[in-house]
Ligand binder design. Structure first.
Ligand code: DHB
Ligand code: MG
Length: 220
């Protein structure tokens, strides 16, 4: 089915979510620098941008910058006085992202924090950072539940939290999985069943990145 998923993804992307020069360049420059080709797809980038707009978010938190492709999509959906804080553990990835954001002319709205995400999030909490209205979690999956909990503490009431890669070709249903990524997602799902502070759902997706999915949660 992958070939058909590719065709359908490309069909809709060309029509509805076309990359412009800056987005295309962000992917090309990321590949040239040796970054893994795991950025969100154009259709997913557009979805993130639309959710930012629907929410009317002025402050966005992203965990996992990579080359800044999703960052560009979301930053463009911000109002002029909006702000996006994106956390990246790799200095090299952050350098590539910084150049991509400059080229896309959104660098003035984006702050890249180069640090392990749990440290950066703890710092932001300590410094009483202004709450975020939209969060995109797309870093290592083994810590996905910890990133979600930390994001919740930094979120405004009514915030939307999107978590990437929660299906992983269906591996998520294996309770006994020895894959730390799967166990991270399962702990997040379990957390959502007990926390009164957020509610969520999961959407399975197919496309050029295979079979995967998102958790989308709202903060109550
Ligand atoms: C991987 C990470 C991602 O964020 C993604 O969207 C796809 C794959 C990975 O680490 O394999
Ligand atoms: Mg991802």
């Amino acid at each position: 089915m992958q070939k058909l998923w590719d065709q359908v993804d490309e069909y809709f992307a060309r029509a509805l979510s076309p990359d412009d020069d800056a987005l295309t360049h962000a992917l090309t420059a990321s590949a040239a620098a040796g970054l893994p080709a795991i950025a969100v797809t154009p259709n997913q980038g557009k979805l993130l941008a639309m959710l930012v707009r629907v929410r009317g978010a002025k402050r966005i938190l992203e965990i996992g910058t990579l080359g800044g492709y999703s960052t560009i999509w979301m930053a463009r959906a911000l109002p002029k006085d909006g702000k996006l804080v994106t956390i990246e553990i790799s200095e090299k990835h952050a350098d590539v992202a910084r150049r991509n954001l400059e080229r896309a002319k959104v660098a003035d709205r984006v702050e890249i924090v180069v640090a392990p995400a749990l440290d950066a999030l703890a710092d932001m909490k300590k410094q009483r950072a202004e709450p975020f209205e939209f969060v995109f979690i797309d870093a290592d999956k083994a810590n996905i539940d910890r990133y979600f909990r930390a994001s919740l503490e930094l979120s405004a009431r009514g915030a939307v939290i999107v978590v990437d890669n929660v299906v992983r070709e269906g591996a998520v249903v294996d309770a006994k999985s020895k894959d730390a990524n799967v166990q991270g997602v399962r702990r997040l799902t379990e957390f959502l069943t007990i926390t009164p502070r957020a509610t969520g759902t999961a959407i399975q997706t197919v496309g050029t990145k295979g079979y995967d999915g998102f958790i989308i949660a709202t903060v109550g």
